[in-house]
Design a protein around this ligand. Sequence first.
Ligand SMILES: Cc1cc2nc3c(=O)[nH]c(=O)nc-3n(C[C@H](O)[C@H](O)[C@H](O)COP(=O)(O)O)c2cc1C
Length: 390
Amino acid sequence: MLRYFTAGESHGEALVAFLSGLPAGLKVDQGLVDRELWRRQQGYGRGGRMKIERDTAHILSGVRHGMTIGSPISLTIENRDWKNWQESLPVSEGDPERHKRVGSPRPGHADLAGALKYNFPEARYVLERASARESAARVAAGAIAKMFLRELGIEVLSHVIAVGEAAIKNNAPWEQIYGLYGQEEILLNCADPEVQQLMKAEVDKIYKTGDSLGGVFEVVAHGVPPGLGTYAQWDERLDALLAAAVMSLQAVKAVEIGSGIEAATSPGSAVHDEIGYGEKASFTAFTRASNNAGGIEGGVSNGEEIRVRGYLKPISTLRRPLQSVDFSTRQPVSAAYERSDVCVVPAAGVAAEAMVALTLARCALEKFGGDSMVETLRNFEGYRQQLENY
Ligand SMILES: Cc1cc2nc3c(=O)[nH]c(=O)nc-3n(C[C@H](O)[C@H](O)[C@H](O)COP(=O)(O)O)c2cc1C
């Protein structure tokens, strides 16, 4: 079974990711891991931290001579800001005078809920772990999951559908989304250049007011065979697994599969994807007139593109802070402000790609098994034949 964990604090020495359960013999390209980490750091509306850091993954175990060896993969991503935090966040007792308190909880962040839960007098340790810096570790693990999926012909990418009020009207086709991957400068990762300019204007407008902005990203998985996930048990449904995976990302407050939200207020005839039969397209000769289901029916992939959307709330750290209460005096004060992003929809999309890739890799391994890539690919080929002969 594919499992993964992360560790590390936002201003600690490093982030750590563990990934266990991949077959032996998978080629691992470290350059691709770093490319994904770079993509997560991009986007118009990011804060100052992205300018001082360029993330790179340091693989410690599980990969030798450029291949997985079947043992757990562990990796670290250094926090380059650590040098400025060693004295205020030491592992040893340190000097309490150097501690950087977060004295007034930010509405919308984990500060107050976390401080109450862990019995902290202020919120420093809470935000150190709740912060989306953690998602860099997931992106690194997800990059390796993507390499595994690529061996099966599956690609996972994202694009931005909406930032504030600016939104694309039509579904972007795969080719356009794929075209965004090669960009050397990522603005808002929107497939429509005109709408992207509108999105940029939204960020500019909100920046001037000291406020923040949310939006919607869409992750698309291309080349997924029918048959991943199952309706047989509630916690094995692919839609449920994807929803949890994407919802687990910081600031994601709603997840949609296909056009699920619009479907709720539309008649069935306008929603369900009519079935045809013709020339063999990918895995079978069954065809669909549309893909409102987002590639999943009954918790099972149906052979169409998987489309998962994440709805991001606006960032909770505001330059023009909201009302809060001082942890010590209980008097009304402005919420704490610490260097922050203003809009992170493209970056959240990249982190969601990682979560979707890890989920699909887990389901693919459950279906095809295998301790080596030779075995996994043989099983996959056998299934492909079975579909072809269906
Ligand atoms: C890529 C990314 C970057 C983020 N950057 C910030 C940030 O700079 N400041 C901030 O207050 N929240 C940021 N967030 C959101 C918070 O991490 C998140 O709102 C907080 O942890 C509370 O969790 P919740 O929103 O899921 O309830 C970011 C989220 C993502 C996905």
